[in-house]
Design a protein around this ligand. Structure first.
Ligand SMILES: Nc1nc2c(c(=O)[nH]1)N[C@H]1C(S)=C(S)[C@@H](COP(=O)(O)O)O[C@H]1N2
Ligand SMILES: [Mo]
Length: 435
């Protein structure tokens, strides 16, 4: 015979622990959800995320973070184990890999949303924790989903110039990437057999020929992605895959113009519009103007002299003296971490290696470049030996045959092949070469 209190506890437990809202299995009713659709999105994501990770690591290496003054990211720590000397050739490598990182990053967003949509019932599993192993799995999913959202959100925010970071963007994006990728690899390995099985369960070609009227749910699966009570289809699987694919292409298409530069820039509707570069030889993309950086007066100062320092030598050169030195021209593009590029321009000026020789170091280990700019980011950068010695590495005085404009770095700016834009310092005041 049941005592009254026991019956009450059972009833109470029934009320308290009954799954509600999205925690009920019958809540999500799309007939499209199932292992096959999830596996399709997952496979595409695997490619996209891997490419993002590789280009991201390359981007970090290109920063030369182990050089003095470039330490925006923890280069010498364990995360920098793979760092290598970033080359100066091919001169378009950073532009391509960073353009890919940003464009592909945008393209992956619809894919990520599609994938999350396809597994959303799993996020509301009931009871929330069934066992210690289940708890671990859920925590790893938190890192996975949280990490993905964090990486894409910080990336988009940076590319869109909304500087809202409590710490350096590079640092949070890099740390986040390692946490995310660890969870991602674990998830990919654990789910690999499921994905292979799911991909084999249906034929892609057949799915792409199935319209909405013939779209039926997948077979019930152990992961319970398939709804136990599916509603009629409002879109075919082909439609869902097409929707995500079109979204990806659209985002990529509206972004990539900023990397291509020139007229293509007009098509980059999703890229932020910066200062109007105007027309003429200096009429190409400007990132930070002289006014924004507060250098207008200092840069116009006729008494400006470039200081060239070596271990034992200190000289100063006027712009006239620099122009009297052997001039060299190179067609190079500025490529920014945010994915945009100036496109190739013809820069001309003094070779950095000629300046190094003047400073008494024919083969310097590094060059610290200091701008006239006081305060604000990017006022200084350090270049490494191969960047100084490259025949196309210049302290540019003119561009496209005209004097450098104030916004492009007058009286002199650094331009080095394959160098991230941020290290092509403008309004240079001093270069210190070290042995
Ligand atoms: N002194 C100084 N140099 C600088 C910057 C800056 O803000 N200050 N911006 C850098 C960044 S982030 C980039 S991408 C390039 C852009 O060059 P541009 O402004 O001529 O297009 O300049 C770099 N040189
Ligand atoms: Mo930049």
């Amino acid at each position: 015979m049941t005592t009254v209190p026991a019956r009450w506890t059972a009833a109470l437990r029934g009320i308290l622990f009954r799954p509600r809202g999205p925690f009920r299995r019958s809540f999500f009713r799309s007939p499209l959800r199932g292992p096959w659709l999830t596996a399709i999105f997952a496979s595409a994501l695997l490619v996209g995320v891997t490419a993002e990770f590789v280009t991201g690591l390359l981007s970090y290496a290109a920063y030369n973070p182990d050089l003095l003054g470039n330490d925006k990211t923890p280069g010498k720590g364990i995360l920098g184990f793979y760092l290598f000397d970033w080359p100066t050739h091919p001169h378009w490598l950073y532009r391509v890999s960073q353009g890919l990182h940003v464009t592909l990053g945008m393209a992956v967003i619809p894919l990520l949303l599609g994938k999350l949509w396809s597994v959303i019932p799993k996020l509301f599993s009931w009871p929330p924790v069934r066992s210690p192993a289940h708890l671990l799995e859920r925590l790893s999913l938190l890192l996975l989903v949280g990490g993905a959202i964090f990486e894409f959100a910080t990336g988009v925010v940076n590319v869109q110039y909304w500087y809202v970071f409590p710490a350096s963007f590079y640092r949070v994006h890099l740390y986040g990437a390692w946490i995310f990728i660890a969870a991602f690899v674990m998830h990919a390995v654990l789910k690999f057999p499921t994905v292979v099985r799911a991909l084999r369960s249906r034929r892609l070609r057949t799915e792409l020929h199935t319209d909405r009227g013939h779209t039926v749910p997948e077979d019930p699966d152990p992961d319970e992605l398939v709804s136990p009570d599916p509603a009629p289809a409002t879109i075919s699987r082909r439609g869902a895959v097409g929707l995500v694919g079109t979204g990806s292409l659209l985002l990529a298409g509206l972004t990539v113009g900023q990397t291509l530069g020139g007229r293509w820039r007009q098509t980059a509707l999703l890229a932020p519009r910066r200062a109007d570069p105007g027309r003429g030889p200096n009429g190409f993309q400007i990132n930070k103007t002289a006014a924004f950086r507060g250098v207008t007066a200092a840069a116009r100062e006729p008494t400006w002299r470039l200081a060239v320092h070596g271990p034992t030598t200190r000289i100063t050169l006027s712009r006239g003296e620099l122009l009297a030195m052997p001039q060299h021209a190179a067609r190079l593009a500025i490529a920014c971490v945010e994915g945009w590029s100036s496109g190739n321009q013809t820069w001309s000026g003094v070779r950095l290696r000629d300046l190094a020789r003047l400073a008494g170091v024919a083969t310097p280990a590094s060059a610290q470049v200091q701008s006239l700019q006081r305060g604000g980011a990017f006022a200084a950068a350090t270049l490494r030996r191969n960047q100084i010695l490259d025949a196309d590495s210049l302290l540019a005085l003119t561009v496209n045959g005209a004097e450098l404009s104030l916004d492009h770095g007058y009286p002199a700016r650094v331009i080095v092949p394959d160098n991230p834009g941020v290290h092509n310092t403008k309004w240079v005041e001093r270069i210190t070469f070290t042995k």
